[in-house]
Design a protein around this ligand. Sequence first.
Ligand SMILES: [Zn+2]
Length: 336
Amino acid sequence: MSLVAGIDLGGTAINYTFLDQQEKFLIEELCEHPARSKEGPEICLGQIAEGLVIAAHRAGISTSDIAVVGLDTPGPASATGVLSARGSTNFVHADWAGFDIRAGLETKLGKPVTYLNDGNAGALWGHFNIFGGHSQATSISAIIGTGLGGGVITGGHVVKGRSGFGGELGHVLLPYQSIAGIAGIQPICNCGRTGDLESLCSLTAIGKTLLPYFLPKFPDHEYHGMEIAQAAKLVRGMAERGDPLAREIFRVQAHALGVFFDEMINTFDPDALIVGGGAIETGKGFQAWFIQEIRNGMPQQRAEQVGIPIYIMPNGDTAGARGAAIEALEMLRARS
Ligand SMILES: [Zn+2]
């Protein structure tokens, strides 16, 4: 038997999955192991290898069946998995600076390893879930979490770009002034830009920009007197229950996505638009409302473009590992 593994290295946990050549995932649920990235590459890579053995046992396979391993991590990193020399939130230990995590894991495991950043891995899973592993389709995925990740898949392949920043959708600028009901807002992103997608459409944006903007307009709201960071985390649940302030925040996020997707429609004429992440891990009713608001936020479309499908990405918490496995399967197929 010859199959591939997908390994998603997150901030605190490593998530594993396996995919066979019939495109069937051998682990359905979350399969986690502690990450230990803070302790540097040596310990972290050992931890990844140890967790892989445990996960293989759980899936009822032998590690010798694993032909290729797909790895995904948070960025910034090069297209081939060399972590930024400036360090990053998830790789604070000094030894990570400029470390080639793909090659490091390849040496550790003695198997070929492919690399994607976590946004691109999620986008590849969203694409595969709709089109399967043999498609020539194009899709754009936006994943709303703490930040805004995602990716562009054209002809079935991830657009990684020259230096690994392909599909860095959160930092694409929007004509946000065209969104109704936010006159005078100053959406500043952590990257320094004003008015990019992440600056309006992320958990960070809720705490930093949208709640402070809308709260004074709702003087009796229960969020007054609450810490902003705490209130920000409650917004999704309250929006789902119909709270007017929380709905207004999600409407603005949906309209920002609508403006962004409109830019992508006219750039790629894609087969599908896909939305994922914690923000829409909600009931079906709220998801349907959110998708309709995305459409409401789009400028008028040409007749040929109006019917573009917008999907919700399923299995959000396993998306990274699944996408990493799909990339590994592509390598396995190319080799055989
Ligand atoms: Zn930005």
